[in-house]
Design a protein around this ligand. Structure first.
Ligand SMILES: [Zn+2]
Length: 88
């Protein structure tokens, strides 16, 4: 059975194990292996916090939080495209 994956609202990584914010908006406390954002950790979670974190992350060269799971031929721009797909 194929596991359902979820998209990180910060970096667009599409391999999260749980929805970042589940029923009743309860955060998963999962840490995105790509950008390192921990859902529910920051009290200011929300669109603005995501944008701020993303900007800082990109300014740092978009480092992977868990470098060992970084796919080969990973392209940050392509992954960020997932964010637009999510909104549509
Ligand atoms: Zn992320």
């Amino acid at each position: 059975m194929r596991e359902k994956k979820y998209i990180c609202p910060v970096c667009g990584f599409d391999g999260l194990k749980e929805p970042p914010y589940g029923e009743s908006n309860i955060p998963s406390y999962e840490i995105c292996p790509c950008c390192g954002f921990e859902f529910g950790f920051d009290v200011a979670d929300g669109r603005e916090a995501f944008a701020v974190f993303r900007k800082r992350w990109l300014a740092n060269g978009a480092p992977w939080f868990l470098a060992k799971v970084k796919p080969e031929k990973w392209v940050v721009e392509k992954q960020l495209g997932n964010l637009n797909r999510e909104k549509a």
